[in-house]
Design a protein around this ligand. Structure first.
Ligand SMILES: Cc1cc2nc3c(=O)[nH]c(=O)nc-3n(C[C@H](O)[C@H](O)[C@H](O)COP(=O)(O)OP(=O)(O)OC[C@H]3O[C@@H](n4cnc5c(N)ncnc54)[C@H](O)[C@@H]3O)c2cc1C
Length: 365
């Protein structure tokens, strides 16, 4: 017999797992995941930082609102971040300070002497910086597992190898087919499919919103000297690289954003070469080996803000997509806001400072 749920969540990455865990006390929930295991795509490939300004001023409230939950559950470790610039980048440093003034993020300007103390071997042209003392590493695997466990303990069913193939609305209920993984019925269908958000919407005959997957590459390097454990996350103010230490190794990204169809993303040699070239212009360290490299897809709506809420046209279709490069650090607040929007619950202390209209799918007309 086909089982009926209140909510079927498509995708068991950070988005689907966190939303399911928040929904579970209020509703019966199925999570359907196409892969053998949850977290195989973007969630398992992140650079694992919580950085207050990442994603822009309209994402800051989601990140700040998520901080207390992440701290309370031991998911954050202090790191600090520095956006660095050369003399010609000074206007960008000023613009960054202005853009985030009053956003609630803690930011301060630093000059060369303070930079030299924080980044050993920094080449002389890097003279200006924005310092974000509150930036932290996130334990992504632990956070994802935390939500999956919370969901499981509250009775959520997780079906892996269950790719949504068809979705038919029959009266007030969706009839969903997952190929060999069977069928299910649900009142609400949640699209938490990451890079596949638009294709999943089209399966349910909702209009695609133009959510675009962009490839991002990261490499793990062995360097001489090895990065000190207290090295902050270092980001280029012009967006051409970032790097941070990870257990004595260096994680380096060229900050690439190459449009891609939804797929099992893999790193390109050119992106890696670019990252290394840029890194060598920042510090005088030697790269001894590229130990590991990977790529993942960060998926953005046209205005680069996330999309949470019911579709404007298709009844019972709920978007939880477009988490871009901030889907881990915003997960607690996003999951709570998503639950409130889906079930019609009032705001609580986590979501009281959020403006849901900013993230509504109806903003696309
Ligand atoms: C290199 C890189 C670095 C990043 N660094 C950070 C960072 O430091 N901090 C941060 O906050 N964020 C970071 N991000 C972004 C973050 O990883 C994403 O925002 C987040 O993981 C998105 O989660 P998701 O659940 O939406 O997507 P995913 O994890 O991709 O999950 C979507 C799931 O849906 C499933 N699916 C798709 N179609 C179907 C279907 N038809 N049926 C069933 N299942 C389906 C997929 O198999 C997939 O498992 C980074 C991303 C990348 C790639």
């Amino acid at each position: 017999m086909t089982q009926t749920y209140d909510v079927a969540v498509i995708g068991a990455g950070m988005a689907g797992a966190s939303l399911a865990a928040e929904l579970a006390p209020h509703a019966s929930v199925l999570i359907a995941e196409a892969e053998d295991r949850p977290g195989y795509h973007a969630t398992g490939r992140s650079a694992a930082f919580w950085e207050e300004c990442y994603g822009g001023p309209d994402v800051v409230p989601l990140t700040l609102a998520s901080g207390p939950y992440l701290r309370e559950h031991g998911m954050l470790a202090p790191r600090g971040a520095l956006y660095i610039g050369r003399p010609e980048d000074e206007p960008k440093i000023d613009a960054f300070m202005q853009r985030f003034a009053g956003s609630g993020a803690s930011i301060e300007r630093l000059g060369r002497p303070a930079l030299e103390r924080r980044i050993r071997g920094l080449r002389s042209e890097w003279r200006h910086a924005v310092h974000e003392p509150a930036c932290a590493d996130i334990d992504v695997a632990a956070l994802h597992q935390h939500y999956l466990t919370r969901a499981h303990e509250a009775g959520v069913e997780l079906r892996c190898r269950a790719r949504l193939e068809t979705a038919e609305r029959e009266g007030e209920v969706w009839r969903l087919s997952f190929g060999r993984a069977g069928e299910a019925r649900a009142s609400v269908l949640v699209d938490a499919a990451g890079a596949w958000a638009d294709p999943v919407a089209e399966i349910a005959r909702a209009r695609a919103l133009g959510i675009q997957p962009l490839r991002r590459t990261v490499a793990q390097l062995r360097t001489a000297p090895p990065p000190p454990a207290d090295l902050p996350l270092v980001l280029d103010i012009s967006g051409a690289f970032y790097f941070k230490p990870e257990h004595g190794k260096l994680w380096l990204s060229p900050h690439d954003e190459t449009p891609s169809p939804p797929c099992d993303a893999a790193p390109e040699e050119l992106d890696l070469a670019l990252a290394i070239d840029r890194f060598e212009h920042v510090v005088d360290w030697r790269i001894e080996a590229v130990e590991h490299k990977w790529a993942g897809l960060r998926s953005f709506a046209p205005d680069r803000l996330p999309v949470y809420g019911y579709d404007a046209q298709v009844a019972g279709f709920f978007w939880f997509a477009g988490q871009g490069g901030f889907g881990i650090q915003t997960a607690p607040a996003a999951a709570r806001l998503g639950t409130e929007l889906l079930l019609g619950l009032p705001h609580n202390s986590v979501t009281e400072a959020l403006e849901p209209a900013l993230y509504s799918p109806t903003r696309f007309g």
